[in-house]
Write a protein that binds this ligand. Sequence first.
Ligand SMILES: [Zn+2]
Length: 229
Amino acid sequence: MSNSSLVDVKIPANSNNYAIGRNGKKIEMITIHHMAGVLTAEECGSIFQNKNRIASSHYGIGKDGRIGQYVDEENTAYTNGNLQSNFKAVTIETSNSKASGNYPVSDKVLETLIKLVADIAKRNNLGTIVKGKNLTWHKLYSQTSCPGEYLLSKMDYIVDKANKINMNGIINSGNLDEKNSNQAKKTNEEISDEVIKGYWGNGEERKTKLTNAGYNYNTIQKMVNKKIK
Ligand SMILES: [Zn+2]
């Protein structure tokens, strides 16, 4: 398990505020929160340094778009108000741009959130990001209005853009490999695993993307069908 290289500042939470390890569970999802306040990454981190808080998150995006890390992904942050979901989640606190009304966040913070979501999903092999499945929000687990109406209204947008970031990374490298040499090209074996993880979409979308990246759709699809039997 690794941590995001997008992090600007590390502020370890007090050891009272998280659990070591994940109780044998695998990371299965990302959970989005809002700070219900306009805070920097450092201000959010200092809250989790209070040993009486019994709360933390893995990451926090400050009001200026800088990212703080408070708990390593290999450990369990207490963020969702529900221990079973905490064991399986990487959690993100997001600064609002106004601490009232529908609790908006700035465009810069939203774009940073999308990049961080894409990065966490990719490193943890979460596959295609699906709203409510491997991308969740606090309200699904406890009595709270977190992450606020504004972020809730942006979930489809976040999912769509984060999936595009991860998909483009693969397609770009595919095209580049094709142009430069066959040496760097991934094997059919590797690509079929990526298909199973959801990186290449489904149906016609999958066919188009694989073909455009220079792979034989029928060959890959046969391997996929064999593997998932
Ligand atoms: Zn929350």
